[in-house]
Write a new protein. Structure first.
Length: 68
């Protein structure tokens, strides 16, 4: 293995989705989904990593996932 790819199975096939989640306290009670993440997942085994959308740069998310 070259050290790049999914850390679980080594696959080079990944996908990404954007998700939103509620926080705690009042936002949870009011169902306000104020936490946004980009999820990068292996299309082979399903292993996933969450990245904070506000802190993530779309161009380097796959580099993080693939160990680059």
């Amino acid at each position: 293995m070259s050290g790049k790819g999914c850390i679980k199975c080594g696959s080079q096939n990944a996908g990404k989705k954007e998700v939103a989640m509620t926080g705690t306290g009042l936002s949870k009670m009011l169902d306000v989904q104020n936490n946004q993440f980009v999820v990068v997942y292996c299309q082979n085994c399903g292993y996933s990593e969450f990245y904070n959308k506000k802190a993530s740069n779309a161009s380097n998310i796959f580099d993080f996932f693939f160990g680059g």
